[in-house]
Design a protein around this ligand. Structure first.
Ligand code: SF4
Length: 377
C-alpha cells in the first residue's frame, strides 16, 4: 500500500464545506478518498457541539477531517512569546487543528474543543497575508513555523501544502519556514527548488519514549533517515528534543540519543537543536489518564505548577536534564548550537549561566523584534 493509501485508511469521513468544495486541496481529497467517505456540508459538522471533549470524542476527532476556509488572521506569534518565558521570535502559521498521530502528552488534549480534525482550505489567503507583510516590511526576515496546532507534514502527501509554501519562500529568501513533524513524510517536496530557507525539523526522543508515548508517529530511526534525505537535498534541518521526559533511565536514554545524532549529523547541518521539558495544563491530566492509563511515563514524574499555569518538573530537575544533554553535545563538538524552548530566563541562567539574547550564538534567534502594528503582533 502506498503512503497516500495508508493515510486514507486512517480516516472514516471527510467533510468538505460547500465553500471549500472547489478548492485545490478539496480536489486532492476528492481524488484520493473513496466517494463514500466524502460528505459535502453547508455548516460545521459539529456546529452543536459544546464544551470540552470527552476522551472518546477526542479519539474520534482523529478519524474525521473537515475542510473549511479559515476566517481569521493566519499569522500569529508563537505561544512562547509570553511573560515569564524566553521567546525566540517565532511566528506560527496554523493551517489546521488536530493531528492524525497520538502522543500521550499532546497539548491538543486540553486545547481542542471540536471533535474533528480541521484543515483550512484557503492556503492562498495565508500566503497573501505573508506577502503583504513581506512587501510592507521588506527589510525584515521572519521565522515561520506551521507545526503548532497540526503536524506540518504528516498529511502533506495528500494536501501538498508544502509546495504552495515553498513557492512563496523561494520568492522571499530572507524569510525562513520551518516544517515541524514527527512523521517521515518528506518525499513529496524533496525535488522542489528552495533557497536553503526551508528548515525541516523533527521533534525527537529516545526510541523507548517514541514507542511508549508517541503513538502513530515515525520511529526515531525513520525520522533520522528522513532528516538525512533532506540534508542530502540541501535543506537545513533541526531537531527539537522535546518534551524531555523523566524516567528512571532518563540519563542513559538521552545520552544515547545525543550520541546517535552526533554520529549521523554534524553541527553545520543543523542550525540549532532545541530542548524542552515535559509540560502540560493541569486539566489535561484526566484525559491523559483515561486515554493512556498509568503505563504512560508522563503521569509518573512529580510535576509542579509554573507561573504560566502549566505543570512542569521541578526547576532543578529540568536544569539537570538540560545540562546533561547540553554537556554531551558539547563533548562531541563545541559547535553544536543548543537552546531551550518554552523555558524561564531562570532556567536559561542555570543551564547556560546567561540569558539567551546575551549568548552570541543565540543572539540572532532571540533578539526582540519590533512590534508590527498593522497585524497587532
Ligand atoms: S505529533 Fe504533535 S500534534 Fe500530533 S499528537 Fe503528537 S504532540 Fe500532538
Amino acid at each position: 500500500m502506498n503512503l497516500v493509501s495508508q493515510l486514507v485508511t486512517k480516516f472514516e469521513k471527510v467533510y468538505i464545506s460547500k465553500e471549500s468544495w472547489e478548492s485545490r486541496v478539496a480536489e486532492r481529497f476528492r481524488a484520493v478518498f473513496p466517494n463514500e467517505k466524502i460528505i459535502m456540508v453547508e455548516d460545521h459538522p459539529y456546529a452543536n457541539h459544546k464544551g470540552a471533549l470527552s476522551s472518546e470524542e477526542f479519539d474520534q476527532s482523529k478519524k474525521e477531517i473537515f475542510l473549511t476556509p479559515f476566517k481569521g488572521s493566519f499569522f500569529k506569534r508563537c505561544p512562547g512569546a509570553k511573560k515569564g518565558l524566553a521567546c525566540c521570535n517565532y511566528f506560527v502559521l496554523n493551517l489546521g487543528l488536530q493531528c492524525d498521530m497520538n502522543c500521550s502528552y499532546c497539548y491538543l488534549q486540553s486545547y481542542l474543543n471540536t471533535p474533528v480534525l480541521t484543515f483550512y482550505s484557503n492556503i492562498e489567503d495565508a500566503i497573501s497575508e505573508m506577502r503583504e507583510m513581506a512587501e510592507d516590511h521588506p527589510e525584515k526576515s521572519y521565522r515561520v513555523g506551521t507545526g503548532e496546532t497540526i503536524d506540518s507534514l504528516s498529511l502533506d502527501p495528500i494536501t501538498l501544502y508544502s509546495k504552495d509554501l515553498m513557492e512563496f519562500f523561494y520568492e522571499f529568501p530572507q524569510w525562513k519556514l520551518e516544517f515541524k513533524t514527527k512523521s517521515d513524510h518528506v518525499d513529496q517536496f524533496l525535488s522542489l527548488k528552495h533557497q536553503s530557507n526551508i528548515i525541516v525539523s523533527w521533534s525527537i526522543n529516545p526510541e523507548i519514549i517514541v514507542s511508549n508515548e508517541e503513538h502513530g508517529t515515525a520511529s526515531l530511526k525513520k525520522r533520522l533517515q528522513a532528516a538525512r534525505k533532506c540534508v542530502d537535498k540541501g535543506f537545513p534541518i533541526a531537531f527539537h528534543i522535546d518534551p524531555v521526559i523523566w524516567s528512571p533511565d532518563w540519563k542513559q536514554n538521552y545520552l544515547g540519543l545525543v550520541d546517535e545524532i552526533c554520529k549521523q549529523f554534524s553541527p553545520d547541518q543543523l542550525p540549532y537543536i532545541s530542548l524542552g521539558a515535559l509540560r502540560y495544563q493541569p486539566e489535561q491530566k484526566v484525559m491523559m489518564r483515561e486515554r493512556f492509563g498509568y503505563s504512560s511515563q508522563v503521569l509518573r514524574g512529580e510535576m509542579h505548577q509554573g507561573k504560566d499555569g502549566k505543570l512542569r518538573y521541578d526547576s532543578r530537575l529540568r536544569t539537570q536534564m538540560f545540562q546533561t544533554i547540553l554537556d554531551r553535545f558539547k563533548s562531541h563538538s563545541p559547535l553544536w548550537k543548543v537552546f531551550l524552548c518554552m523555558e524561564t530566563p531562570e532556567n536559561w541562567l542555570n543551564t547556560f549561566s546567561e540569558v539567551p539574547h546575551r549568548i552570541e550564538e543565540m543572539n540572532e534567534l532571540f533578539k526582540p523584534l519590533p512590534k508590527i502594528k498593522s497585524l497587532n503582533l
